[in-house]
Design a protein around this ligand. Structure first.
Ligand SMILES: *Cc1c(COP(=O)(O)O)cnc(C)c1O
Length: 431
């Protein structure tokens, strides 16, 4: 086959798939230009179809933590696949992954595996409604919980780049049972609320850590009115700590959702929590949920391999590297007068343009609306560093980003920041 360029492939894809992509943020819609089309990836690098190499900080939006194509994960996948890829019957592999998850997160007494994070959060909401026999849920502005109807209201990630805060195609009746409130403010709840769902560290509006008392305050309010607290740990789970958010903040939720890291780059999700709550699920209880590929043996083999390779020490290593990169990038950007704040929790961070710390989505939007990100993104990409093509995504440092690549990234950031600053100001924009 003759070699096609990024542009040729993306144009062909755009004729066949809306926007040329299977998930909106990949389209470069909020940064402009043509996406690189990935041929392969290894460790910290992705390679496009034209043979260009990038230091990759997308890492499948957090699904990859050991690095791309880690040989230990790849062989677990090929060994599992050789034994058959799906059976429609229970397997020892799904039990192993369930044990790994529940042994690390104390609040997860029982769990169910799904095929994506979206299914996990959608199921968590259904469980909460079935358990409490109430309809309303509370979510926070700028938190992303996947693309199910009731959760696509004022969501972060790719949704945040749209002109309207909500998705089309969601019935008003669905959206109206979702109450949207500002992150980092403990609301006063009432007895109509089935559940409060929250990213314990918000990572889809840039990186916004919870302020002191926010998560504990939510726990107390939920207890006061009999609502369930759901930690959506699809990004944070097994990334910010060995035991997840519970370990870092000392707050135990009723339900947890996971995805990304627990599949080692294969499609997976999980919803878990208190066993009395989880047992409302069919076939034990009246709340239906199912999946042909749920607990898929190849995905669980990949996920278990990744979790077994992550130790408490891995998180110290991850945090050390992210801290070094975040501080290094912030420093060289400030040196060339590109005002920026690096916000970080553990190994997750993001850059907010401007000098004001960001505590909620309104403040995140104010930073993004300065319009610096597209210039910075392209200045980095052209120098061989792939950040996410959207201003609300986190920067994912994994165990494959060694000191050499981190230093290279900081050097590149310095040159990219100068270019971004010059282009931004010559487009006569100002902070
Ligand atoms: C990615 C994400 C989801 C959705 O997971 P998918 O696997 O993309 O469906 C849900 N919640 C959070 C916090 C996420 O980051």
């Amino acid at each position: 086959m003759e070699m096609l360029t990024n542009k040729e492939l993306f144009e062909a894809s755009s004729r066949l798939m809306p926007g040329g992509v299977n998930s909106p943020v990949r389209s470069f819609g909020s940064v402009g230009g043509t996406p690189y089309v990935v041929e392969k990836a290894t460790g910290p690098f992705v390679f496009d179809v034209e043979g260009k190499r990038y230091i990759d900080y997308v890492q499948s939006y957090g699904a990859i933590i050991l690095g791309h194509a880690d040989p230990r994960v790849t062989s677990a996948i090929t060994e599992a696949a050789a034994k058959g890829t799906s059976y429609g019957a229970p397997t020892p592999g799904e039990l192993e992954l369930a044990q790994l998850i529940s042994s690390r997160v104390a609040g997860v007494e029982m769990l169910r595996l799904t095929s994506s994070g979206t299914e996990a959060t959608m199921t968590a909401i259904r469980i909460a409604r079935g358990f409490t026999k109430r309809d309303k849920i509370v979510k926070f502005d700028g938190c992303y919980h996947g693309h199910s109807d009731g959760l696509l209201v004022h969501a972060g990630s790719g949704v945040a780049n749209m002109v309207v805060p909500d998705s089309g195609g969601v019935p008003a009746s669905m959206a109206s049972s979702t109450v949207v409130l500002p992150y980092n403010e403990v609301p006063e709840l009432d007895e109509t609320i089935a559940a409060v769902i929250v990213e314990p560290v918000a990572a889809n509006m840039g990186l916004v850590p919870p302020q002191d008392g926010f998560l504990a305050g939510l726990r107390a309010e939920c207890d006061r009115v009999g609502a369930l607290l759901i930690f959506d740990e699809v990004i944070t789970g097994f990334r910010i700590a060995f035991g997840g958010a519970e370990e870092n903040f000392g707050v135990v939720a009723d339900l947890y959702t996971f995805g990304k890291v627990i599949g080692g780059g294969l499609p997976i999700g999980a919803v878990g929590g208190r066993s009395d709550v989880m047992e409302v699920l069919a076939p034990v209880g009246p709340v239906y949920q199912a999946g042909t590929l749920s607990g898929n043996p190849v995905a669980t083999a990949a996920g278990s391999t990744v979790l077994r390779l992550l130790e408490p020490a891995s998180y110290l290593m991850l945090e050390g590297r992210a801290k070094y990169l975040a501080a290094g990038m912030e420093k060289v950007m400030l040196e060339v007068d590109l005002e920026v704040v690096a916000q970080r929790h553990g190994p997750l961070f993001s850059l907010f343009f401007g000098l004001a710390p960001v505590g909620n989505f309104e403040q995140a939007r104010a930073s993004v609306s300065k319009g610096v990100y597209p210039y910075f993104f392209h200045a980095m990409l052209s120098r061989g560093v792939a950040l996410a093509p959207g201003p609300y995504e986190a920067i994912f440092v994994g165990l494959s980003h060694d000191w050499e690549q981190l230093d290279r990234t900081i050097d590149i950031t310095q040159a990219a920041a100068k270019e971004a600053r010059d282009k931004y100001f010559s487009a006569s924009k100002k902070f």
